[in-house]
Design a protein. Structure first.
Length: 129
C-alpha cells in the first residue's frame, strides 16, 4: 500500500471561484461521487471521493488554492481501483500526507515522493536547488 506518489493535474479554475464552487466542479467532473473526507488548509483542500456503489474505491484530490488547480493523487502500488476510507486514514495518520498536501507546490516539483506507512514522506532523488 502506497509507495511512489504520482500527481496528475486535472483541471484549472478561475480565481473568481470559491472553494465550494471548486469542489462542486470536481464532483461534477468525477460524475457525482460522495465526499467521504474533506480537509482544508490555508493553501490547499484535500478531498477523498468515492461513489456510493464502490465506497472502497476512493480517489484522492488536492486543490491548490493559489493556482486554482485540482490535482489527482495516486500511488505506484497494487490499489488499481482506488482506496478505502481506512486506507485514506492510514495515508493521513501514518504517512504524514498532509505535510505535503498543505503545500501543494511540493506535489508538483520534479521529484518523486515516496510515501510509506510509519514514515515521513521522502524524496527519491534530489530536490531542485
Amino acid at each position: 500500500m502506497f509507495g511512489q506518489m504520482q500527481v496528475t493535474q486535472m483541471f484549472a479554475l478561475s480565481k473568481r471561484e470559491t472553494v465550494d464552487e471548486a469542489v462542486a466542479k470536481l464532483v461534477e467532473f468525477a460524475d457525482y461521487p460522495k465526499i467521504l473526507r474533506w480537509y482544508q488548509f490555508p493553501t490547499a483542500l484535500v478531498a477523498f471521493l468515492a461513489h456510493g456503489d464502490a465506497p472502497d474505491c476512493g480517489a484522492i484530490y488536492v486543490y491548490d488554492r493559489k493556482r486554482c488547480v485540482w490535482l489527482w493523487i495516486d500511488f505506484n502500488d497494487q490499489n488499481l481501483g482506488g482506496y478505502s476510507p481506512a486506507e485514506f486514514d492510514v495515508l493521513t495518520n501514518q504517512c504524514h500526507f498532509f505535510r505535503l498536501a498543505e503545500s501543494p507546490r511540493l506535489l508538483e516539483l520534479p521529484v518523486k515522493w515516496l510515501v510509506v506507512p510509519g514514515q515521513m514522506p521522502s524524496v527519491q532523488g534530489r530536490l531542485p536547488a
